[in-house]
Design a binder for this molecule. Structure first.
Ligand code: SER
Length: 317
């Protein structure tokens, strides 16, 4: 039986991944680690919750010791737009925080899942069918921390035998917890605004294609990769994974099929637009498919239908 700690458990992915892990490993075996933000009653009441700040190595180690943790899902991170606004904070959380997690994992023999991102690529990366192994020269602080994180995780595996694994997540679309300041947030907000207002103002330009994924697939990716046979993994940090790729007009057209009066206009945010323009249009995720059987379940139409159904209920309550 695994004993799991999730850092960033109150965040967009953590809040749903923690519940999935509790389902899989038993609620008492999965510790939700959050910083200041209050956990939802569901997260707080369904298993152990601890205040864990990954930049505080002592507190992190105490929690790992107290619960005899053997697997850490390290989701605490600063997203791309916030990282551009506050580079020192991004460095502190995404680099120093990860270093602390890896050190504690080395000391206490924990396996570690660390998400990387489409943000680990940059303007000189091939943008169409972005290969698994390719040029990674991002020009954002977020990207710098993600590339360094991938390398650090591979280093801890090779040098110290820590079982580190990760995926390069695309934009994640979800309906439980909002994302916290990324470039791909528009693809979540559009659904909330379509239901609340029937209209949405998009901060990215027409034609800005990006990889995306619905939350159930993001959770499946994390669980499946951590279950994968290590003998079959040629890569570790981090695998390209994607489920769909679209631009703002394409998602708006899909939303309009479900909310017929929906309209969208544009007010471009130059910071997010520049970040998005430097990221892939779509990644090649065949290495993940071959090495551990990655296969997403949702495409744009099935994701949009589910988002509208779930949010219509949630927002009417
Ligand atoms: N969703 C993330 C962001 O926009 C990408 O990793 O920052």
């Amino acid at each position: 039986m695994k004993r799991v700690l999730v850092t960033g458990a109150v965040g967009q992915i953590g809040s749903e991944l923690t519940l999935a892990l509790r389902e899989k490993h038993g609620a008492d075996n999965v510790v939700a680690g959050g910083r200041k933000t209050k956990p939802s009653p569901e997260l707080r009441d369904s298993g152990p919750f601890e205040v864990v700040d990954c930049t505080d190595v002592k507190a992190l180690e105490e929690t790992v010791k107290k619960y005899e943790i053997d697997t850490i899902y390290h989701l605490a991170a600063i997203l791309s737009a916030v990282a551009e606004a506050n580079p020192p904070l991004a460095w502190k959380v995404n680099i120093d925080g990860l270093y602390n997690v890896l050190e504690v994992a080395r000391e206490h023999k924990c396996a570690v899942f660390v998400p990387s991102s489409i943000g680990a690529f940059g303007p000189s990366t091939p943008q169409d069918g972005t290969p698994q192994d390719t040029i990674q020269r991002p020009n954002t602080m977020y990207g710098v921390t993600k590339v360094a994180g991938e390398l650090l995780c591979d280093y801890y595996h090779k040098r110290f035998g820590v079982d580190t694994r990760g995926v390069r997540y695309p934009g994640i679309i979800s309906n439980v917890t909002l994302p916290g300041g990324g470039t791909t947030d528009y693809a979540v907000e559009i659904f909330y605004e379509a239901i609340k207002q029937g209209k949405y103002t998009c901060c990215l330009k027409q034609g800005t294609k990006l990889d995306m994924m619905y939350m159930p697939d993001a959770i499946k990716a994390a669980l499946d990769l951590m279950d994968a046979d290590p003998q079959k993994l040629k890569h570790r940090n981090a695998f390209n994974v994607t489920a769909m790729s679209f631009d703002p007009e394409e998602i708006a057209a899909e939303v309009k099929k479900l909310v017929p009066n929906f309209t969208m206009d544009y007010d471009i945010d130059p910071v997010r637009q520049a970040i998005a323009a430097s990221w892939p249009n779509y990644m090649d995720d065949s290495a993940a498919r071959e090495e551990w059987g990655w296969l997403p379940a949702y495409d744009l139409p099935t994701m949009a239908k589910d988002m509208i159904e779930v949010l219509s209920k949630k927002l009417s309550g």
